[in-house]
Design a protein around this ligand. Structure first.
Ligand SMILES: [Zn+2]
Length: 161
């Protein structure tokens, strides 16, 4: 218990896709990670890269990284456990676009603490496929806190305008 590691990359095609799309892995990110299909939208690529993080698939992360910004190698932190993805907005990135932006929140746990990564990622189409270029981290509203509570309406300071 608590020592589960995703060492086996092969996920059953029928299991829910880690990217949270609500679709089956074999009908979502699976074909991309296994090289059977190419993502048609920036969001599909972004989701597949999240799933690659979940599965520890550094090869896919490098293969879909723009050469201009790609790192030489990827350290997939063992102690990080990705627990959820939510795509907030997309701009461009469709089958007829050459560029796109995907804004998302990815949640992960490290050392028993929950964190959230809010990023706006830029993607570019190249040779018919999408590549990750770079991204801007969204500033957390309350910089003093690692984790912003999700429950609101219980503000003791009663700040009013
Ligand atoms: Zn997926």
């Amino acid at each position: 218990m608590g020592r589960l590691r995703t060492t086996d990359r092969k996920m059953p095609a029928g299991s829910p896709c880690p990217c949270g799309s609500g679709r089956a892995y074999g009908d979502c990110c699976g074909p991309f990670l296994e090289g059977a299909a190419v993502p048609q939208t920036a969001e599909q690529l972004m989701r597949s890269r999240y799933t690659a993080h979940v599965q520890g698939d550094g090869d896919w992360l490098l293969a879909t990284w723009h050469p201009a910004t790609r790192r030489a190698r990827i350290d997939l932190a063992d102690q990080v456990r990705w627990i959820g993805l939510e795509v907030l907005a997309t701009q461009g990135g469709g089958p007829g676009d050459s560029k796109g932006t995907v804004e998302f929140v990815a949640r992960y746990k490290r050392g028993g603490r929950a964190h959230r990564l809010h990023e706006r990622s830029r993607f570019e189409r190249r040779n018919g496929g999408w590549l990750y270029v770079d991204g801007d981290l969204e500033p957390v509203a309350n910089a003093n806190q690692d984790l912003v509570p999700e429950t609101r309406g219980d503000d003791p300071s009663g700040s009013s305008g």
